[in-house]
Write a protein that binds this ligand. Structure first.
Ligand code: TXD
Length: 321
């Protein structure tokens, strides 16, 4: 087997950082595609010219032609507009569905054996659309949301408790929208439940519960918090890192257990929809979905989030997108 080839579709903010990280980590040769002329060529030239300094040696190519993605084993899709302040992810549906349609055709026709990680928003709908147009099997089509949302949740917990973020485990399930479900009961610091640590810190159950609730709300609104600060565009470093960690899990067959926007076929009581759930990522892509027991409150939040995804997918169909 030769080198991995990683195609990144959409050479904007997230696509550019993904290309740089993939090169720095020498994950494989990198192709950066965009419809804007010269821009992906400019970014990849810039990245390649750092190879001596950073000590990496892979091919990094920018292109406006889908032919150049031929032979890619991983395709990461970031094409699509980002939010502006005040917008929800769902407001991007019409514009980005049109973009995703052309991207899905390009990937289907030129990299038919690839494993695809989608980042474009509204995430759950864009993954669904890609799967429908490409006809790729569900294990080879997934979305990135949960790795980032969980990393945001873990970051807030680490700051609150004054511990290393490396020791925090936190999981966010559901759709990548305002209804996402950060699981408080499963959040832990090297196995010690976060709610217990908060109660010890505040010596007051109500206060501890309020602090946890605030972290949950901040996690759900975290994308918007960055959008508001940036004024133009949305988060790009952390989404890029999240896509890279999924890529590593796949190319190194790591069997990592990550929250992934994956196609459910009966798991969690859901059939035929893409929703964020824990899954095993390895050489075959989404190899297995891991179910876990949700209590009544968690279940109702999860169902609410699944319903939001269903509405979005129905809107997409109603609008003929
Ligand atoms: O975690 C997540 N999933 C996300 C998703 C976190 C943050 C932002 N997320 C979404 O990713 C965001 O809402 C957007 O829908 C995408 C890409 O965000 P980015 O910040 O990278 O947007 P840019 O900088 O505008 O880049 C988008 C690029 C830009 O260069 C366009 O020229 C290109 O997409 N584009 C296309 N590429 C290929 N094909 C077509 N048709 C096309 N149209 C635009």
């Amino acid at each position: 087997m030769g080198r991995n080839k990683i195609a990144v579709i959409g050479g904007g903010q997230i696509g550019g950082v993904i290309a740089q990280l993939a090169a720095l980590k020498q994950l494989g040769d990198v192709v950066l595609f965009d419809i804007v002329e010269d821009m992906p060529q400019g970014k990849t030239l810039d990245i390649a010219e750092a190879s001596k300094v950073d000590g990496f040696d892979v091919n990094v190519k920018g292109t406006n032609s889908y032919k150049d993605i031929a032979g890619s084993n991983i395709v990461i899709i970031t094409a699509g507009l980002p939010r502006k302040p005040g917008m929800s992810r769902d407001d991007l549906l019409v514009t980005n569905a049109k973009i995703m349609r052309s991207v899905a055709e390009g990937v289907r026709d030129n990299a038919p054996g690839s494993i695809v990680i989608i980042i474009s928003n509204p995430l759950d709908a864009m993954v669904t659309l890609f799967k429908n147009i490409s006809g790729f099997p569900p294990n080879r089509v997934m979305g990135q949301a949960g790795v980032l949302d969980s990393s945001r949740f873990a970051t807030f917990i680490a700051w609150e408790l004054g511990v290393s973020v490396k020791d925090v485990n936190a999981l966010v399930l559901g759709g990548h929208g305002d209804t996402m479900v950060p699981l408080t009961r499963y959040a832990n610091v090297n196995g010690i439940p976060v709610p217990e640590l908060l109660e010890r810190k505040y010596k007051n159950k109500e206060k501890a519960a309020q602090v946890m609730k605030d972290m949950v709300e901040r996690t759900k609104a975290a994308g918007g918090e960055v959008v508001k600060l940036l004024k133009t565009g949305s988060a790009f470093y952390s989404p890029a890192s999240s896509a890279i960690s999924m890529t590593e899990a796949i190319i190194y067959d790591e069997k990592r257990v990550l929250p992934v926007c994956a196609f459910l076929q009966g798991e969690f009581g859901v059939s035929g929809y893409y929703v964020g759930v824990p899954a095993v990522l390895g050489a075959a892509g989404v190899e297995r979905i891991i179910e876990l027991t949700l209590n009544n409150e968690e279940k109702s939040l999860f169902d609410n989030s699944v319903n939001a995804v269903k509405t979005l997918v129905a809107d997409m169909e109603r609008l003929g997108l």
